[in-house]
Design a protein around this ligand. Structure first.
Ligand code: SAH
Length: 344
């Protein structure tokens, strides 16, 4: 059987088969993979593209991930954090634009204790009862995740980054634990969050075999969301001289994930749009069904620099939603105003 058909039928492949598909240079196979991914996506979600208002609440971080521009050791990073009023203000701008999910993302900033976050979550959910709140705030204890869930948070994004422990240790300082990251993901899912994992494509030292391991992890974990974007170097990190990941490979991985998990919420990420003009649209055309425009206050957007040349203006800016709507319409899809929960 054709590998693509086997993937669609079984939702998983053997590791060597994943490697074969990831390394495949046959244009017809790749075209077919994309065609099947789009077919499956349309069966589940039609032409709908869900939007999320991304609010980058803090660039303080106690971690020191080698790839990330807001890592603790980057002394050039101009630090900021948003308070409750500033975050609510972003939601008040986003709601009338049509956003029904707010994503609070940030570095691991101890300022945001459970009490501080629960208060913010409850206030958003009270003022916007028809909206979902997604958190992307890194590793916390199970008790903490439970409190955030009980306060009303609906979803949590925590990219696993890489499913290979050796590779993990090349991307993170020793005191960050591979084991803990995966435990966090298990905890989030068992608490009841719609849970997202994910990876960077082309991160330093990553092999095709590592990506196959990521895909096997994703197939087995069965997350509700998967964030996949190309690695892009940041000039004030140890990986400043590394090269960026590939748009094509990222798109191929999006198609594979769509076939593995037909219902998955799959963003076409900012990194994809940042690396190449039209990258965001390419992701949608390969099976992605979510975009996350930037709803952070304009004066902090440049400061949340995970990598160089990160897009936050034009169609990437929440206030320019009309631009985004047009570019999505132009490729035959449409932005919808809804919470955009995962379809079971
Ligand atoms: N502190 C949170 C949020 C991290 S930022 C957490 O730990 O989950 C969100 C994602 O951006 C990260 O998970 C990582 O995969 C991605 N990212 C960080 N630096 C990047 C870079 N240089 N290029 C591409 N993506 C990057």
């Amino acid at each position: 059987m054709h590998l693509v058909d086997k993937l669609e039928k079984n939702g998983i492949l053997e590791k060597n088969e994943f490697i074969e598909l990831l390394a495949c240079e046959d244009a017809e196979t790749i075209r077919y993979l994309k065609e099947r991914a789009v077919k499956v996506r349309k069966e589940k979600y039609g032409e709908d593209v869900y939007i999320r208002g991304l609010i980058e609440i803090s660039n303080f971080c106690k971690n020191d991930c080698f790839y990330c521009g807001i890592r603790k050791s980057n002394e050039k990073c101009d630090r900021y954090r948003l308070n409750k009023d500033e975050i609510l203000h972003c939601c008040r701008i986003g709601y009338p634009l049509g956003f029904r999910t707010f994503v609070l993302q940030g570095g691991e900033d101890n300022h945001y204790s459970d009490n501080v976050l629960c208060d913010i979550i409850k206030t958003i959910k009270t003022e916007f009862p028809d909206c979902a709140v997604t958190l992307s705030l890194g590793e916390r204890t199970k008790e903490s995740y439970q409190k955030l869930f009980d306060a009303g948070a609906d979803r949590y994004l925590l990219r696993h980054e890489t499913a290979n422990e050796k590779h993990y240790s090349k991307l993170h300082p020793q005191k960050m634990s591979y084991k803990n990251r995966f435990e966090c993901l298990e905890n989030l899912k068992s608490i009841g969050f719609q849970t997202g994992c994910g990876l960077m494509v082309g991160s330093p030292y990553q092999t095709i075999e590592n990506i196959a391991e990521d895909l096997i992890y994703i197939a087995e974990f069965k997350p509700h969301m998967v964030g996949v974007g190309p690695f892009i170097p940041h000039s004030d990190t140890p990986f400043r001289n590394e090269s960026a990941g590939s748009v094509e490979l990222t798109c191929r991985i999006l198609s594979i994930i769509r076939l593995m998990l037909p219902n998955v919420l799959l963003p076409s990420t900012t990194a994809l749009g940042s690396l190449e003009e039209g990258g965001r649209e390419k992701g949608i055309l390969c099976g992605a069904n979510v975009v996350m425009p930037n709803l952070s206050p304009e004066n902090v957007r440049d400061k949340y620099a995970l990598y160089n040349n990160k897009l936050s203006s034009g169609a990437e800016a929440a206030e320019s939603l009309e631009l985004l709507k047009k570019s999505i319409n132009n490729i035959g899809y449409k932005i919808v105003t809804s919470r955009g929960d995962v379809k079971i």
